[in-house]
Design a protein around this ligand. Sequence first.
Ligand code: FAD
Length: 407
Amino acid sequence: MIESHDPRSVIVAGGGILGCLTSLLLADAGRTVTLIEQNDDLWLETSSVGEGKVHLGLVYAHGTASTRTGMLSGALAFAPVVERALGHALDWSTLVGDPFDYLVMRDSLLRPDELAAVYRSLDDEHAGLGRPPYLGMAIDQLAAREPHTDETGVPAFATAERAVDPDALRALVVAAIAARSDRITVLPATRVQAVDQTDDRVRVRVSHPRSPDCVERTLEAAAFVDARWHWQGHGVQGVSVSPRNLRAKSAVMFDTEASARTVTLVLGPFGDVVRRSSGVYASWYPHARIAHEHRSFASTALLAAVEAANGSTDAESAAAEQTAALVELGLLSPDARALSVRTGVIIGEGSTDIHEHESRLHDRDGAAVALDGRVALPRSLKLTTAPSAALATATAVDTLLREDSAS
Ligand SMILES: Cc1cc2nc3c(=O)[nH]c(=O)nc-3n(C[C@H](O)[C@H](O)[C@H](O)COP(=O)(O)OP(=O)(O)OC[C@H]3O[C@@H](n4cnc5c(N)ncnc54)[C@H](O)[C@@H]3O)c2cc1C
């Protein structure tokens, strides 16, 4: 059965930060959007499991300058684009935590003096831009120019970098989508199976995996935005996806008593401790990386590992190794008790891991969009760059539809 839609409407697949913001920006441009999400609710996958760090580029000190510039520009655009999508200004102080200290581990891939040189150059870049605000705040320095000795005894850099609370941001964005029901129709529990296109429309075959008869139907629209994260491109006619570095990464939530600190451990396979008003998020990479593979699309084994970790009923045992490592470093209280485990898929390039000097995980693309006829493929491998990618995508699709109307 083909259901005809408004021929000027857009189908957005994937209700994480990227799909949600793209939908809101398209609605703001006057477009009618159908937002398709396989889960029962929006923003329950990757966008909800991370530490929410809005990267200034510092953690990519071993990568290319263009990676750092891409992160910095994504970070500076983060607040303005989110506010534009929501249609109002936000008090960012209620959404972000304390600034990160960067603690330099003894086996860091770069020495403190090497890190300081990279941080200085990134800070000069920010100064050269006229020091635009970051997350609604004025900042006069991205990172200290010299390290100090941290209370744990290692060299450390104070930075301006912060994390947003993904749960708090989700609540605002989901409410904004509900308030735009005049233009955005959300189809939950609906899975995109296949996409093809003609000169004047896209056809999107969807299923309802949890309905008793698992009925399939085909929706039509003028354009399709694929914001399905690691499933992007799957089943889309004419799109091929090269093998990528897919890692299932797990983090642990504690109550607020577990730590009073917000730190990132650099540079290499280490971790973070992030204090939020609702609790403490922590990860220790060597144990946090529960599965990895180099494939175009995640295997069922990798996805089963993600599901098992998230569904763990014995959070303490799933988190025990990470907790023990962070307690030993003096970053978590010895009484810290894990409350829950959060796991998701991270996408990177190459097949080697972050502890290797040559690993391509030291680099990440910035924000972009590729338009293949009527199919838009936003490119953002980080929460940081998702708002910029959403804006680029909404602009590209809106331009395409304007050209349709003009012809
Ligand atoms: C542990 C972890 C920590 C991270 N920390 C950070 C960080 O601190 N800073 C940072 O910048 N980035 C971080 N990231 C990366 C960041 O979380 C992602 O880049 C971002 O959340 C991706 O958003 P998204 O909307 O593209 O994907 P998602 O949030 O995964 O949304 C995609 C949606 O598509 C839906 N979907 C998939 N297939 C289908 C289908 N066939 N039909 C319908 N719907 C479908 C999914 O259910 C999902 O809701 C982290 C990632 C992980 C895993």
